[in-house]
Design a protein around this ligand. Structure first.
Ligand code: NAD
Ligand code: DAU
Length: 349
């Protein structure tokens, strides 16, 4: 079994690569990644010399290169995570999101179909997507199920929704064996510190402002990244072809409540007086088109495949804070250079 994992040097991808390399020594795992600002081979140091693992630097927007790679390597399966993933960047530069998330996904679908040549037995194209395609749960109630109509609002979520449609169209038109999962917000080690939790951990550590968008009342449903990687494994091996699975932690938090919890954990770990880090909270202009609430109903995944989250959020957040505090070199490395320039352009300073 030779599996291509795209975007394996990113946050979630590195956890998926690690899980597959460790759990399936009999598989060959190829990680294809362009190494954008978000991709970092440091995330995979612990498994990079394993016999069943190989890294290839490549760009999924290059259709010819993808076709050539698939023809040469004859992958049996694809787990596709490579994407531009940050909503704020999609607002600043939407075209890049169309290129990577839409065109890149179509290139991979074309390449998979070309080498599998309609002889699909034992093959699988697994597309990793997001709950943001379903839009925003306004008015308090309800949860996203697999049949919730798509209603994306940001260029990021529109590009992911589009890629999901293309994957399903390859299933319906060409019979390609596909599976899609839509997951809620992930947190954990190796997340690039532009996303809420690692950004705020880093800013608290450096005693810098914590830019809470709007009133901080937006709600997200947080899942430990290790549990997401396990869900992807469970669905890859046990899911039904052609189906969609929602993945979520049943763990909704208003941003401001999460930020306050994070501040209190950080105060304790850094030996600062209780309440000290909360003084860093700065309410700033809201994100354009900011979705109010996401909440995932993962009954289908839990019922059919027996997956459940392994850890309570408070515990997962403690582990995550510990990881960032113990890996300050990693944080410093990814917050220098290009990222700092981008951050200045976005937020000033
Ligand atoms: P990330 O930004 O941390 O990593 C993305 C990876 O893709 C990086 O390693 C980057 O170098 C690579 N990449 C980008 N453009 C590429 C290209 N053109 N060719 C090859 N590689 C390229 O993202 P993440 O948070 O790990 O998300 C991974 C996937 O999971 C994405 O598809 C995202 O939409 C989805 N997702 C993320 C979350 C979340 O909370 N982070 C939740 C649900 C779904
Ligand atoms: O729901 C899944 C999605 O979760 C993934 O598909 C995306 O790839 C991932 O980036 C994430 O999107 P969000 O926009 O929800 O995550 P982010 O960490 O950017 O923001 C979380 C919430 O915190 C959101 O309501 C915006 C808010 N926020 C974020 C940042 C970076 C702030 O208030 N201040 C900030 O500085």
């Amino acid at each position: 079994m030779h599996i291509l994992i795209t975007g394996g040097a990113g946050f979630i991808g590195s956890h998926v690569v690690r899980r597959f390399v460790n759990s399936y020594p009999e598989y060959r795992i190829t990680n294809l990644d362009k190494l954008t600002y978000a991709g970092n081979l440091e995330n995979l140091r612990d498994i990079e010399s394993r016999n069943n693992y190989r890294f290839i630097r490549g760009d999924i927007t290059d259709g010819d290169a993808m076709l050539e790679l698939f023809r040469k390597e004859r992958f049996d399966g694809v787990i596709h995570l490579a994407a531009e993933s940050h909503v704020d960047r999609s607002i600043a530069n939407p075209t890049e999101f169309v290129m990577t998330n839409v065109v890149g996904t179509v290139n991979l679908l074309n390449a998979a179909r070309a080498i599998w040549k309609d002889a699909y037995e034992g093959k699988l194209f697994y597309h990793v997507s997001t709950d943001e395609v379903y839009g925003s749960l306004e008015g308090g109630g309800g949860m996203f199920t697999e049949t919730t109509p798509y209603d994306p609002h940001s260029p990021y979520s529109a590009s992911k929704a589009s890629s999901d449609h293309f994957v399903r169209s390859w299933r319906d038109t060409y019979g390609l064996p596909v599976v899609i999962s839509n997951c809620s917000n992930n947190y954990g080690a190796f997340q690039f510190p532009e996303k809420l939790i690692p950004l705020f951990i880093n800013n608290i550590r450096n005693e810098e402002p914590l830019p809470v968008y709007g009133k901080g009342e937006n709600v997200r449903d947080w899942l430990w990244v290790v549990d997401h990687a396990r869900a992807i494994d469970v669905i890859y091996h046990g899911g039904t072809q052609g189906e969609t699975y929602n993945i979520g932690g049943h763990n909704e938090w208003r941003n401001i409540d999460l930020v306050r919890l994070l501040c209190s954990i950080m105060d304790r770990k850094l030996g600062r007086p209780a309440g000290e880090s909360e003084k860093l909270i700065a309410y700033v202009t809201d994100r354009a088109g900011h979705d109010l609430r996401y909440a995932i109903d993962s009954t289908k995944l839990q019922g059919e495949l027996g997956w459940v989250p392994s850890i309570r959020f408070e515990e997962g957040l403690e582990i995550t804070v510990d990881w960032y505090l113990m890996n300050q070199e990693w944080l410093d490395g990814v917050t220098s250079g290009e990222y700092k320039n981008y951050y200045r352009r976005m937020y000033g300073g």
